[in-house]
Design a protein around this ligand. Structure first.
Ligand SMILES: *Cc1c(COP(=O)(O)O)cnc(C)c1O
Length: 422
């Protein structure tokens, strides 16, 4: 409380509300500080972070090794642009090549910028290597996609809220049904240079594609000489229980887009990764970013990758994800009328709420009040994506709280619940 008896959090919420653009509708929790998987608000209330900034905080908040790497670099140099070389970018690019298996990487800052980089690369490759007349290149994208918020990218979103009033949009994208190979083939033309796709559609509601789709897509792209570009900004770097989600599919894309967790939970760092035969279309002056790959960002990203490797977080994620999935399925069985699906891979799970009961937003607000941070996507899906460092004890606590909230909701609605084990 402040002197007038108003909760301190209200003053911060009001300031953002009064002086900020209204482009977000945040959950009313004012975070003051955080450590690993726990977050505290300005009133000192503790929360379990089951959202990890849409997977940006996969290492946990303020991982000591990553903070130490940042502090060490802050005593040397942070930003000098790519006009010069640095002692951290080269080692980051080398490490990226080691973990992704791609020969080269182009560093940017946000995920959307790395997607833009992929689009430019695909188009230039389509023209210069594949021989498509410049300006005629076409990229296939999935319905329900999410690739960021630039005007080019929202132009091929299928989400009205993301697009409405923001036209005119960039030409050159054609849609297919996610998971439908026949739909991909029908959308393609002789001018198709690339397929840009998420391995799991996160914003669309944690949609896992049907088994075999990516294998068929890979085969078809190879046959047609079309680049398969895999947007793993959210799925990559261990989130699904493998380093990259494409590994579950037994394929290798032609290019990979990384972001979010690449910044080690501290900074925006993204990258577009590809082999030389694709990346070679970029020459001096063809593309760039003032902050992309700066010395501080590179030091942080490099340490973040080492932490993932050396702490075995990717393998842990697979086991922890199975555990969390099983526990959430148990809750589903208990409150069956309220939850119509639990789905996902690794520590990336969507709980789909029956829309005739309530909204995901309602459940997210109740969870926050009870000490668990999550986030809705669309009307019905609650996303759980905790840091990969989460312990079984914290997962149990979060699931117990979720169960309490769900049972209470059922009681309010007069729905029958079936106690676990009954
Ligand atoms: C978050 C996200 C992006 C955009 O990243 P920003 O850093 O918000 O620009 C792109 N693609 C996918 C799959 C994402 O989840």
């Amino acid at each position: 409380m402040d002197a007038t008896g108003t909760p301190v959090s209200q003053t911060f919420i009001q300031k953002e509300g009064s002086y900020g653009a209204r482009n977000y509708a945040p959950v009313p929790v004012v975070v003051d500080h955080a450590k690993d998987c726990l977050v505290w608000d300005v009133e000192g209330k503790e929360y379990i972070d089951m959202m990890s900034a849409y997977s940006s905080v996969s290492h946990g908040h303020l991982h000591p090794r990553i903070v130490a790497a940042a502090e060490a670099q802050l005593k040397k140099v942070a930003v000098m642009s790519r006009a010069y070389y640095s002692t951290t970018l080269g080692p980051l690019l080398e490490k990226l090549s080691e973990v992704t298996g791609f020969e080269r990487a182009l560093p940017m800052n946000t995920g959307a910028e790395a997607v833009e980089t992929a689009i430019k690369c695909a188009r230039r490759w389509g023209h210069r290597v594949k021989g498509i007349p410049d300006g005629m290149q076409r990229i296939l994208v999935a319905r329900g996609n999410f690739h960021g918020r630039t005007s080019t990218i929202v132009g091929f979103s299928s989400e009205q809220d993301y697009r409405s009033g923001f036209g005119p949009f960039c030409d050159g994208f054609q849609h297919f049904d996610y998971g439908g190979m026949e739909s991909v083939k029908a959308a393609a033309t002789e001018h198709t240079c690339a397929v840009l796709v998420e391995p799991i559609q996160g914003e669309a509601g944690v949609i896992v594609p049907p088994a075999g789709f990516f294998r068929d897509l890979r085969e078809w792209c190879t046959q047609k000489d079309i680049l398969l570009i895999d947007d793993e900004v959210q799925a990559g770097l261990g989130r699904t229980g493998r380093w990259f989600a494409f590994q579950h599919e037994g394929i290798r894309p032609d290019a990979l887009i990384l972001g979010k967790a690449l910044g080690g939970g501290l900074l925006p760092v993204s990258a577009f990764c590809a082999d030389d035969k694709v990346m070679q279309v970029f020459v001096p002056n063809s593309h760039g970013s003032t902050f992309g790959g700066n010395a501080l960002a590179a030091a942080v990203a490099l340490e973040g990758l080492k932490v993932l490797q050396e702490e075995g977080l990717v393998d842990q994620c697979a086991a922890k994800g199975e555990y969390l999935f099983r526990r959430l399925r148990e809750v589903q069985a208990e409150v069956a009328p309220l939850i119509r699906d639990v789905r996902g891979r690794g520590l990336w799970i969507g709980v789909d709420i029956e829309p005739t009961c309530t909204t995901a937003r309602d459940m997210v607000l109740r969870l926050a009040a009870a000490g668990v941070l999550s986030k809705e996507t669309h009307e019905t899906v609650i996303r759980f994506a905790p840091p990969l460092t989460i312990t079984q004890d914290l997962m149990d606590r979060a699931v117990d709280i979720f169960r309490g909230v769900a049972v209470e909701k059922c009681r309010e609605l007069g729905l029958r619940t079936r106690p676990a084990g009954a």
